[in-house]
Write a protein of this length. Structure first.
Length: 274
């Protein structure tokens, strides 16, 4: 869907667009002197911006995993979302935003895509996906969405981020985020002597840590909201700023979505920017 005002086009988001559709729209706008951008307002989600702030600051050291998870709690998909010919399905609805967030956060080449895409209870459209994105830097990102992960309480089954690095980890939960950065005061670099006994028997890896070993820090405060997307949009129209969302970035997201479908169809990893 697109909104047009004068010589400006704002595409709500690339729902049900093919790469060919996007290329045709971009070409038409360029030939007619029309500016063109896409409504990826979820770049201003507070939970995402907290995760991005931690990632950008490298406060967790050398990061190796980033997880983005979104779960329903009652299995509902409503209205047009359940119809294929209307652009339904969770990959189109939420996947386009979650993939965009991950690609905008993690720099460098994306070398491979592996995905599971399912119709759990809906006949026409996907209602579950689990996507693995491997980057040239060695970071492996995961994006998981499920509408049929049932829960008896609204809250936990909502929104989650996890980032792991060699100097700590973080978790950030909910659209009104709560969470912490977690560190250890001493990494166990070698195993000596005494074993730890647990109810399940002796262990070295998952025994309870000594008191004071694990320490926590608050998540950074981030001031952000969706209004900022439109502030950037208006500033870009007047030439004061560049559009935050570039069409090249939109094209990359659509290519990842194609790779997700191909991987899910074949059960194989798909080479990307290698």
């Amino acid at each position: 869907m697109a909104a047009k005002a004068g010589k400006h086009v704002l595409c709500e988001k690339p729902v049900a667009l093919s790469l060919e559709d996007l290329d045709a729209m971009e070409r038409c706008c360029r030939e007619n002197g029309v500016t063109f951008t896409v409504h990826q307002q979820r770049r201003f989600d507070q939970d995402f911006r907290i995760a991005k702030e931690i990632f950008d600051s490298e406060t967790l050291g050398r990061m190796y995993t980033v997880k983005s998870m979104l779960y329903g709690f009652n299995g509902n998909m409503h209205d047009w979302h359940v119809y294929k010919d209307q652009g339904g399905g969770m990959l189109y609805d939420w996947g386009v935003h979650l993939i965009d967030q991950m690609l905008w956060m993690i720099p460098g080449k994306l070398t491979s895509v592996f995905a599971d895409l399912r119709n759990v209870i809906n006949r026409e459209v996907d209602d579950y996906f689990h996507i693995f994105l491997r980057f040239e830097s060695g970071i492996v990102a995961q994006i998981e969405l499920g509408t049929y992960y049932l829960s008896d309480a609204l809250g936990w089954f909502e929104r989650h981020w996890f980032i792991g690095g060699d100097k700590g980890s973080m978790h950030c939960d909910g659209f009104k985020p709560e969470g912490v950065i977690v560190r250890t005061t001493e990494l166990l670099t070698s195993v000596k002597g005494q074993r730890t006994m647990t109810a399940a028997g002796p262990t070295r890896s998952f025994g309870p840590p000594p008191e004071g070993r694990i320490v926590t820090e608050p998540l950074p405060e981030v001031n952000t909201n969706h209004r900022m997307y439109f502030e950037n949009y208006l500033a870009a129209l007047s030439g004061k700023e560049e559009f935050l969302v570039k069409i090249s970035e939109v094209r990359r997201v659509l290519r990842v979505m194609e790779a997700v479908r191909e991987s899910a169809r074949t059960g194989r990893s798909v080479d990307f920017e290698s």
